[in-house]
Write a protein that binds this ligand. Structure first.
Ligand SMILES: O=C(O)C(=O)Cc1ccccc1
Length: 288
């Protein structure tokens, strides 16, 4: 977020409680501002609602992880929302096994499903017979584990400090270089093209028509627009009907992108632009 000299308070809702990876993403993104109020929310849905109701200007939510993929709660909530993505941040995510108890005495481990997924290999090898309990976030998992005998949490080192747990095993995620991408949302779009932007779209097509998805995606080929992510989720309107999330290179206010969106609309039953934002994807050494 660019520095802001105004005295106005900036309010930021994030998926918490304190110590979550989303909290760390929010602190890093807004670090340059000294007039920020942080509003921790228990669920991703609550972050959306807080922003929609104008109770926070910005919201910070996890979007996808390099090992475990999309955060489906975030995708599903976008379907029902008119908020706009205005910025992004990628964070290195290192998970740890935290507890107040000896490793041998642990019978229950709390975490967020994303963290369980990202640590599957280590869990399968090391936590046989230990009960997995889903928590609303990794920091909430740490909070719970701190209060219950023989419990542990898969969570961050920040949560270990905050909730008074020991780090029993460090860096238990499947790969060393594990990253999560977070979005910054607000009620209206405020971004201007930077020549290195991405745009996320959400659309539905008529499933009964052969080639409907192909026709819609061909618009981007025709305009020489590169796609960077595609995903689909059940639409929640009808059984076996899906919404498609497509991310492309470019900003919605660039003429070529704008033209492609007008054309795309002809192939869609519904189309929503979820936002355009500067591409902040870190350069990878081995691919890209
Ligand atoms: O639970 C958290 O701490 C979150 O912010 C969501 C999440 C969970 C696991 C990895 C990255 C983000």
């Amino acid at each position: 977020m660019s520095s802001n000299s105004s005295q106005n308070q900036v309010s930021v809702a994030y998926f918490g409680p304190a110590g979550s990876y989303t909290h760390q993403a929010a602190l890093e993104k807004f670090a340059k501002l000294d007039n920020v109020t942080y509003n921790p929310q228990t669920t991703i849905t609550d972050v959306f609602t807080f922003v929609e109701e104008g109770r926070s200007i910005f919201g910070v939510i996890p979007f996808e992880n390099s090992i475990f993929g999309s955060v489906v709660t975030t995708l599903d909530r976008f379907v029902k929302s008119d908020v706009q993505i205005v910025d992004e941040i990628y964070l290195c995510v290192n998970h740890n096994l935290l507890s107040k108890f000896k490793f041998e005495s642990i019978t229950k481990v709390y975490s967020h499903p994303q963290a369980f997924g990202q640590c599957q290999n280590w869990i399968n090898a090391n936590l046989k017979g230990v009960l997995h309990v889903e928590a609303s976030s990794t920091s909430h998992a740490a909070e719970k584990a701190a209060k219950e005998p023989n419990s542990a949490a898969i969570s961050s080192s920040v949560s270990a400090q905050l909730y008074g747990l020991d780090i029993l095993v460090k860096d238990i995620q499947n790969v060393k270089d594990n990253k999560t991408r977070f979005f910054i949302i607000r009620k209206t779009s405020t971004t201007i093209p930077t020549k290195n932007d991405r745009t996320l779209l959400l659309f539905t097509v008529d499933h009964r028509k052969p080639g409907a998805l192909c026709d819609s995606l061909k618009v981007f080929k025709d305009h020489n627009i590169n796609l960077t992510k595609i995903d689909s989720r059940p639409s929640s309107q009808r059984h076996w009907h899906y919404v498609f999330f497509v991310e492309l290179q470019g900003h919605k206010d660039e003429p070529e992108i704008n033209k492609s969106l007008v054309e795309l609309n002809d192939f869609c039953e519904s189309l929503k632009v979820l936002g355009s934002y500067q591409n902040l994807k870190p350069q990878e050494a081995h691919n890209n």
